[in-house]
Design a protein around this ligand. Structure first.
Ligand code: NAD
Ligand code: ZN
Ligand code: ZN
Length: 402
């Protein structure tokens, strides 16, 4: 089959690789119909995630059609269209019972703090991802959700990560009616966090970035006030100036380890790797929040220590929450929002590439070229599926490239 494969930092290729097989009775094999590239994939692409092995296939945001199921799979059958949350989880352990699916205890043999994630290096279990023709889906009775008939594949693929992650970011901010919410990062996750802030009753939403086309998109799509960090000398003072000198009620970090905006942070975190990523946004969030405010972190950092102003967290009485999103928990509510017309996740998709062009797709998304916000990859197996089933008009109309 054709699959994206990692060759080393900034080098990814689409090449042939053996098709995955059922390895456990509860596995399914899914033919991928759509697969996105996520900001998290960029950390892998940039060589920042330990134990990212040559030959590994990335891709934790995918939807597809079930091709084959293991003998113990009860809830799926071949032909079902499924969306597959980026988390791999068992559904029964102590953490899964608390709906902390991203913290499942049974899926990551490396036993790092992270749970299991498709296509995200051996630190999250070493599972191959969905930027490929086919992918093995373990615990197939637990993770995948059959896509409701009235949901498009483009909306569904954004429900595998970016949209629920933004939603959880807003939820962890514990937004109260009328709150001022500042979202750092106008990538897909930040956009969904900002949109979700309105759904949760925010009174004011401010989005910070430095990429002008993303800010402009946020201003119109969220809609929200925007701040270009390049035009600001002191972020905390700027946000305080916008909020009666109190600070924001809720600050959301949707940037993580690769933040720009502070030379010392970038040098120590990104280049010398003395800390687990540039903690610029954590500083800004902590210092821009009002006393007693909330900080919500979904931007990804490495597992070791950061230079984080914990004293300010204490003195200001902040509440800090963070996690990888527990995608499955949010799906029923998000599907309701989509069906009611309050949310249309696919509106952020700007690019569609055949999987063969995966290397261009990573380059364009990583370098923020061509006004790229969210790229979707279409593997050859999806196009073949479309040819075999001309009646699948939805798939047909949506796999056209532009
Ligand atoms: P993205 O790379 O498309 O977006 C990140 C944005 O942050 C970019 O637009 C960039 O210009 C901006 N940025 C850089 N430095 C900044 C700064 N100092 N202040 C404000 N903005 C700044 O990525 P994405 O797909 O939106 O993901 C965002 C983050 O969320 C990444 O760290 C990703 O790994 C993480 N993530 C976490 C989860 C989770 O479950 N917790 C899930 C998905 C993604
Ligand atoms: Zn992701
Ligand atoms: Zn579990």
């Amino acid at each position: 089959m054709l699959a994206m494969q990692y060759r080393g930092p900034y080098r990814v290729r689409a090449t042939q690789k053996p098709e995955p097989r059922i390895e456990h009775p509860n596995d399914a094999i899914v033919r991928v119909l759509r697969s996105c590239i996520c900001g998290s994939d960029l950390h892998l692409y940039h060589g920042l995630v330990p134990d990212t092995r040559v030959g590994h296939t990335f891709g934790h945001e995918f939807v597809g059609v079930v091709e084959q199921v293991g003998p113990s799979v009860r809830s799926l059958q071949p032909g079902d269209h499924v969306l597959v949350p980026f988390n791999i989880f068992c559904g029964t352990c102590f953490f899964c019972q608390k709906e902390l699916y991203s913290n499942c205890h049974n899926v990551n043999p490396e036993a790092t703090a992270a749970g299991g994630i498709y296509g995200y290096s051996h630190t999250t279990g070493g599972y191959d991802g969905g930027q490929a023709d086919f992918v093995r889906v373990p615990m197939a009775d637990i993770g995948p959700l059959k896509i409701p008939a009235d949901l498009t594949l483009d909306d569904a693929v954004l429900l595998t990560d970016a949209c629920p992650t933004g939603y959880q970011a807003a939820e962890m901010g514990e937004i109260a009616e009328g709150d001022t919410v500042v979202v750092f990062g106008a990538g897909p996750v930040g956009l969904f966090a900002a949109k979700s802030a309105w759904l949760m009753g925010a009174g004011r939403v401010i989005v910070v970035d430095h990429v002008e086309y993303r800010l402009e998109f946020a201003r119109q799509w969220v809609p929200c006030e925007i701040v270009n960090l390049k035009e600001v000398q002191d972020m905390a003072e700027h946000i305080k100036g916008m909020t009666d000198w109190l600070g924001a009620d809720v600050c959301i970090d949707a940037v993580g380890a690769e933040a720009v905006g502070n030379m010392l942070q970038m040098l120590s975190g990104r280049y010398l790797k003395l800390q687990a990523g540039a903690a610029t946004v954590l500083h800004w969030a902590i210092n821009s929040a009002r006393k007693g405010g909330n900080i919500s972190i979904v931007g990804v950092y490495g597992p070791t220590g950061n230079m984080v102003p914990i004293g300010n967290v204490l003195n200001k009485g902040l509440t800090v929450r963070a996690n990888q999103a527990a995608v499955k928990r949010h799906l029923p509510r998000l599907i309701e929002h989509i069906q009611a017309g309050r949310l249309k996740p696919s509106e952020i998709i700007t690019h569609r590439f055949p999987l063969e062009d995966v290397s261009d797709a990573y380059h364009i998304f990583s370098s923020k070229l061509d006004n790229c916000i969210k790229p979707v990859l279409i593997p050859p197996a999806a196009r073949e599926y479309e040819r075999q089933l001309p009646a699948q008009s939805q798939v047909q109309s949506q796999t056209q490239m532009h």
